[in-house]
Design a protein around this ligand. Structure first.
Ligand code: ATP
Ligand code: MG
Length: 216
């Protein structure tokens, strides 16, 4: 796997609270029963205001890395720390507040588009929801729907394309506005216009994560 790093100032209007320093230090991990380690001695840091892009071929361990950062699993050896504190020492509530994950698989709940975004953060206001949708390049197509944010969707729904459902889940992750945001393949399934819109929303213009993904 390879990492690309850049300053990420434009991202910060979407975050709140203290900016956290994430460090992955010498992490190795093997899935239960697997013959080989999926990750061996992985080390990288993501400082406050930094965008770090991890690239690699299919099966390299990118999603596994995302799942370790969000503690779906714990490393076999090495440590992942937030401002120097191992994730294993912080409460799950603290972790969920400070680290948001957009999983690679699109998870849609049975409800309206608004509800599907709003579940990212309890008590989110309408402007918050709209801002997150704009950042996810979703606001335009949502408002073009006959009933807009009130459109009912469900898992496997035919009402919206996969790329549009994906953008709704991106908006949900954006709404979390956590100090650390982990996006697993955010541009997969998006057309080039939507991918570019998303990249412009979250990354400075000199970073081309969309193009990078194509080469991974
Ligand atoms: N739950 C699991 N149990 C056992 N092995 C797994 C599990 N999930 C992933 N793996 C294995 O771990 C390796 C890394 O998978 P991972 O999904 O992290 O790769 P990736 O880099 O995200 O790939 P992609 O680009 O296809 O999303 C693969 O060999 C995969 O088969
Ligand atoms: Mg993956």
């Amino acid at each position: 796997m390879r990492e690309v790093r850049t300053a990420f100032r434009r991202f910060w209007p979407l975050t709140r609270g203290d900016r956290k320093w994430l460090a992955v230090h010498g992490v190795s991990f093997r899935y239960r029963g697997a013959a080989r380690e999926t990750l061996t001695d992985l080390t990288f840091t993501a400082g406050p205001g930094e965008l770090v892009i991890i690239t690699g071929p299919s099966g390299a361990g990118k999603s596994t890395t995302a799942k370790l950062i969000t503690r779906f699993y714990d490393p076999e050896s090495g440590a992942i720390t937030l401002d120097g504190v191992p994730l294993t020492d912080v409460g799950l509530e603290f972790l969920r507040e400070n680290v948001a994950l957009l999983p690679q698989e699109t998870l849609i709940l049975n409800g309206t588009v608004r509800e599907n975004i709003a579940c990212g953060r309890s008590g989110a206001s309408e402007p918050d929801i709209e801002r997150a949708a704009r950042a996810a390049a979703a606001h335009e197509f949502i408002t073009a729907l006959p009933v807009g944010y009130d459109t009912h969707i469900a898992a496997g729904t035919a009402a919206l394309s996969g790329g549009r459902l994906k953008r709704i889940t991106i908006a949900r992750a954006m709404l979390r506005a956590a100090p650390v945001l982990v996006l697993d393949e955010p541009t997969a399934g998006l057309d080039s216009v939507a991918a570019r819109q998303l990249c412009t929303a979250v990354a400075p213009p000199h970073v081309r994560p969309c193009d990078d993904h194509d080469h991974s």
